[in-house]
Design a binder for this molecule. Sequence first.
Ligand SMILES: Cc1cc2nc3c(=O)[nH]c(=O)nc-3n(C[C@H](O)[C@H](O)[C@H](O)COP(=O)(O)O)c2cc1C
Length: 161
Amino acid sequence: MRTLIAYTTRHGTTLRYAEAMARALSGEVVLTDLRQEPAVDISPFDTVVIGGAVYFGNVSPLLKEFCLSNIEELKRKNLGLFVCCCLDGEQAEKQMQAAYPLELLDAAKVKKTLAGDIDLSRMNLIERLIVKLVERKIPCTGRFNEEAANEFAHMLEAPDL
Ligand SMILES: Cc1cc2nc3c(=O)[nH]c(=O)nc-3n(C[C@H](O)[C@H](O)[C@H](O)COP(=O)(O)O)c2cc1C
């Protein structure tokens, strides 16, 4: 299995999920930050995972653009989709729906919302002030969860029933 994990992150939690999945998956795994390589070629890969960090209710426009410009090919892949976010339950689910085109959500073998982190030590002063302003509306009760990344990888590799 050749896997591409394409992601967007600002503070690194989404990358941590991508790295944990890469460790859990068999075969060759390539990690691509869409900010650095927005037009990565997906044709050499039979499995593609796309993951986006959620800020103010949505993922980066780069991730959306990547999905739209590759949509037909992505539908033919063994596809995994996730968002990394602080909200959970129904609110997280809504963010997942907002992040990806319906056609891709329908085509995906695995789709999950994964718990984000707010790590103030990785943020500059302005970012910390913004966190202070939003923390009541966007409480971050979860934590990076390696087990959830492992489960995502195992589901992606499970044989189709
Ligand atoms: C300014 C700011 C806005 C955020 N907005 C949301 C949001 O709307 N919904 C949500 O679920 N999480 C939100 N979060 C939490 C992030 O999704 C979480 O910190 C995640 O781990 C970020 O991923 P990253 O570390 O890969 O950038 C926000 C965090 C910050 C700092």
